[in-house]
Design a protein around this ligand. Structure first.
Ligand code: PMP
Length: 367
């Protein structure tokens, strides 16, 4: 088994070895991590809802689902949450999944099969990449947000395949930028394709859905994946789309069928958290604008990339912030091509705290 040790040694030499950090406090803007209290700019808890809880949810539903949805793990509260999520995404229906990873892997590999074509943005999330791999469809990667390249591939290749799927993150998880969804929407219509949008970092941050940015309403060939573990503060995910899609996934999607249902109290807590979203989202958007103006980092969301170039400088910078009591993680290959700090703004951050971080960042020469 010493091949593992050797590979880990190589990672260490290249400054790419990763270790788990331990939190001894609940999630929040201030956390105790590896025994030290720090101001946290690293979580996806954009609306600071992760530390909310209601005893009522646990009392009513207790902790476990006890079975998969199709056996005896489908609770009323799942159905109520699905209806609410569909309403918010402006789709006919929604189906809960246990994680966003499973939702992406499941929906892509269930819809796209051999003989089909998937067109995927080069910066899509790992779960999308894995869903594409599992699908056995032909996968073509287009340059990040390049509508031109996407259209070129479609015009040359679409006719050679039975069905076609365009897959993209709406807000990209490491860059915070937004996909050209208006153009992708047109291309899906023009080339008879299905558009699959991963709204993980958009839901509850830029609106209820990223499509609101472009005044678009989802149609029957739009599939939206949303997660509950980021702005909505709990855990799990959902696929929003047509009623037929929901029925198809319930019957065919392996990552839905062969897994224990989301604990019902989580669905209940998510419903409670949804009530707090509108007010918090507005406040968060103001904070995002404030931070953007101070730092001049380009972002359409709560995610701000501070590109450092080398792995070493990302680690060094993260360490020097840590020494000042601020936690911003260094993100390195293979997660990203260019090493960076990934800063995430949360609802609970005060303007003073945002200013404190912005001033430090502004004092560092940018590449
Ligand atoms: N999609 C994107 C864009 C993500 O960033 C993530 C999580 N980091 C996921 C999907 C997976 O969601 P989950 O954490 O619920 O598995």
């Amino acid at each position: 088994m010493n091949w593992m040790e050797k590979e880990l040694e190589t990672l260490k030499k290249r400054q790419l070895y990763r270790e788990l950090k331990v939190l001894s406090s609940p999630q929040g803007k201030k956390i105790i991590i590896n025994g030290r209290e720090v101001l946290n700019f690293s979580s996806n808890d954009y609306l600071s809802l992760a530390s909310k809880f209601s005893c009522e949810c646990l009392e009513n539903w207790k902790s476990g689902a006890g079975a998969s949805r199709l056996v005896c793990g489908n609770f009323e509260v799942h159905e109520v949450l699905e209806q609410k999520l569909a309403e918010l995404k402006k789709t006919e229906s929604a189906l809960l999944f246990s994680t966003g990873y499973m939702a992406n892997v499941g929906v892509i590999s269930t819809l796209a099969k051999e003989g089909d074509l998937i067109l995927s943005d080069e910066l899509n999330h790992a779960s999308i990449i894995d869903g594409c791999r599992l699908s056995k469809a032909e996968v073509k990667i287009f340059k990040h947000c390049s509508v031109e390249e996407l259209e070129l591939i479609l015009s040359k290749e679409r006719k050679n395949y039975r069905r076609c799927f365009i897959v993209t993150d709406s807000i990209f998880s490491m860059d915070g930028d937004v996909a050209p969804l208006d153009k992708l929407f047109q291309l899906k219509d023009l080339y008879d394709a299905v558009l699959i949008i991963d709204d993980a970092h958009a839901t509850g941050v830029v609106g209820w859905s990223s499509l609101e940015i472009f005044d678009l309403i989802p149609d029957e060939r739009t599939v939206i994946v949303g997660t509950l573990g980021k702005a909505l503060g709990t855990f799990g995910a959902f696929v929003a789309g047509s009623k037929i899609l929901k029925g198809y996934l319930i019957n065919k999607c392996r990552s839905f069928i062969f897994t224990t249902a989301l604990p019902p109290y989580i669905a209940c807590q998510t419903l409670k958290n949804l009530e707090l979203v509108p007010k918090r989202m507005k406040a968060l958007q103001k904070k995002i604008e404030f931070f953007k103006n101070l730092t001049r980092i380009n972002s359409m969301s709560a995610i701000f990339p501070f590109i450092t170039g080398s792995e070493e400088s990302a680690l060094k910078l993260s360490k020097s912030l840590w020494e000042k009591g601020i936690f911003v993680p260094a993100i390195r290959p293979p997660t990203v091509k260019k090493s960076r700090l990934r800063i995430a703004i949360n609802y609970d951050h005060t303007l003073e705290e945002l200013k404190f971080l912005a001033e430090i960042l502004c004092s560092i020469p940018r590449i």
